[in-house]
Structures are given as C-alpha cells and as structure tokens.
Write a protein that binds this ligand. Sequence first.
Ligand code: TRP
Length: 463
Amino acid sequence: MLSNRATDTEKRKSLHGHWSSRMAFILAVTGSAVGLGNIWKFPYVAGQNGGGAFVLVYLLCVAIIGMPVMMSEILIGRRGRRNPIATMALLGEEEGKSRHWQWVGGMGVIGGILILSYYSVIGGWTLSYVFKSVAGTFSGAGAADVTAARDSFLGNWLAIGSFHTVFMLLTVFVVARGVERGLEQAVRFMVPALLLLMLVLLGYSINSGYFGEGLAFMFTPDFSKLTWDSVLAAMGQAFFTLSIGMGSVMAYGAYLPEETSITKSSAAVAMADTSIAILAGLVIFPLVFANGLDPADGPGLVFITLPLAFGQMSGGVFFSTIFFILLSFAAWTSAISLMEPAVAWVVEHRHKSRELAAMTIGLIIWVLGVGTVLSFNVLSEFKFLKGTIFENLDHLTINIMLPLGGLLIAVFAGWVLCRNSTADELRYAGTAFKLWRVLVRYVAPIGILFVFLKSVGLLPDLS
Ligand code: TRP
C-alpha cells in the first residue's frame, strides 16, 4: 500500500507546470517571504511592542515553529500537487483520515484574499513613494515635512485608492500569466538588489550617531514590556513574514520538482527573510532615535524614517527612487503568492482559464481593499473591536487566522500524514527528521495553542 502511494506521488503532476530548478523555487518562495512584512511591518510592530523582548520571541518563533511549519507546507504541497484545498482533501483521504481537512485549505484561501486586500493598499502606498521620490518631495525635508507628506497622502482616499488599483492590476497581470513566467527573473534580480540597498542604508544609519540606541532597542530584551498580546503579535509576525499558515507556500510546493531538498530550501528562505527583517530594523531604529520620532508610531514608520534619511543624503533622490521601486517589487512578488492559492483553486475546481480566474479573484480583493483605503481617511473614526477596518483585518488575519492555519497544518503533517509519507518527502529518517517530527507534532501545536489561550485570557497566570 505504502509503496504504491509513493509511486503515485511520483507520477502526480501539477496542472500549472513545475519550477524550472531548485534555485527557481527558492527564489520564488523568497520572493513571497520577503516583502512589506520585513521592511514595513517588522519595524513598526517591534516598535509598538517594546523592541528587544519582542524581537527575541519573534526569532524563537521563526526557528521552532516557523521553519517546521514551512517544511510541512512544502511537503504537503508537493505530495498533493494541487491547490491547497484539493491537496488537503486528497491527502486526508489517501491517509485513510478525512477529506474535511480541505477546510484548512479553504481557510487559507480566504486568509490570502483578506491579507491581500490590505497588503495591496500598502503596496500602492509604496508605489506612490516612487513618484514622490522622483519629484524630489523628500529632498532636504525635515520630520515635519515627511509627516505632512504622509498625512496628506493618507488623507486623500482617491490617491490611495488609485495606487491600490494599480497595485492590484500589476498583481493580477502576473498571476494571470502563470507564476513561473516572469516571476523567476524578477526575484533573481530584486532580492540581491534590495539587500545591497539596505546595506547602503545601514551605512547611513551607522553614521547617524544613534546606531547604539537602535541596537540597544532591538536587542536588549526588557521582559517587563512583554505581554501575552505581544507574544501573539511576535508569533503572528513570524508566520506573516515567512508567508506560512495560509497555503501560499503549499501552493508553491505543488510545483516543486521531486528531487529538491525541502529542508535546505526552507532553511535558505528563512535565513534570507530573517536577515532582511533584522537589517530593516537596524536601519530604521537608529533613524527613529536620531530624528526624535516615536518607535511605536505605527504603520507609517518606514514611510517617515526612510524618506527623512534619503532627504538628507547626497544622491538621495536616486537612492530613494530605487529603494521604493525595489520595495514595490518585493511587495509585488509577495502579493502574487497571496493570490495563487485562490486562483489555482478556481482554475482546477471551476475549470476556468487562469486569466478569468485571476481577474475575478482580483476584483473581489480590490473591492475588499476599499475598506482599508477608507480606514485611513473617511472612515478613520469608524472603529469596532480592534479599531478601524484595517486594524481589524490585520488582527484577524495575522493574530488569528495565520496561527490557527499554522497549527492545523502542523497537526496535519505530524499526525494525519503517516511517518512514512513525511519521511519519504523529506528524504531522510535520521535525527533531523526526528527533530522536525517532534516540532510539528508537539512543540508547534502546543506552543501556538498556549500563546493563543494566554492572549485571550483563557489560561490563568501561575504566579
Ligand atoms: N511574507 C510576505 C511579507 O512578508 C507576505 C505574504 C506573502 C504572506 N504570502 C503570504 C503572509 C502568505 C502570510 C501568508 O511581506
């Protein structure tokens, strides 16, 4: 029976084609992982949650929960070779368990749509700063000027709405053409270029005179500032930045060639992604302190600190333009992966063309995105539960749906798939495999559940 299954999987092909090489896959997943989460989100959530202790918890979550869950997603994807919904139904059945696991895939598809609805708005914001940079808006600007520029952009729903529209059109365009074409080239050039420019910025922030303060803020853990809510935020951030918990990586895994090592690919992606986030923090916090800004300022943090830095350096217009172009690219390659599970599902399940599927899903996401567009201006006072529409979407997806998705994916890989199936995909059965299995069977599910229950106050304090 088991050996039959193995040959079945070997023959199974994805409808959407396969990555041309191991490198192409690593680049695509890196393109998905590296995005606004690293450069826009990481610094501001770390800032809001007090710095050091948050960063430490985040790194721990990446290592002991994020990595194993990422490996699980890739191996599930490759074994099923379909969209996340169909893959989980198929594997659930094949292992003699239940087809109902498809609902986990379904939650992921919805999660991706919800995340992209606001991700696209921030992506559009990034795009608009390319134009502001070219126009020299930031040249010689002070803190008051860049803050005013940000506020006038956010206050103008037509401007944000237009850039949100452009960003969605760009995303639909690539997804409609198929993930392999174009994406590989874009990422191959974008990730190294982004890294290089971050290093230029790092040089600048080292010279800002406040590098020590930035370093201390990021790496001196003050556990008194750590609440269970910030632990949950750190865990959510780990999921978000690695693109896991909703099937993006699972969808990409479905196109992975048989011989590629899942462990090595995951490690490479996690390393690249974490380095870029840490680098972003090292660039931004010294600038925050040098300019007397508040690290807990929120979603506008990068859009204030970086223009300020660019405005004061020589060649600032050039660097600033390139930087926002690269960041838009990074956001674009992430957005594509947020849409892929839904589009793959529509293509496979509804037998629609890729173009039509991408346009339909794109339209739904665009409409939802209008809610976020308006939460920065017209509806900024319209608050419920966690705040504005944007804040609610952000909380629902990152702090609830992704950890829950990650928990269920870990349970699926650790308990539903039998030992042989996973050993077969991971191509080994030694100590590293045992470690992975302990992490997905016990550490990840219990850890996620614990943080979850703690943050909603369902577990009492021991002290
Ligand atoms: N990881 C991306 C970023 O850091 C965002 C992203 C892409 C994502 N695909 C995802 C987040 C899937 C969660 C799930 O910007």
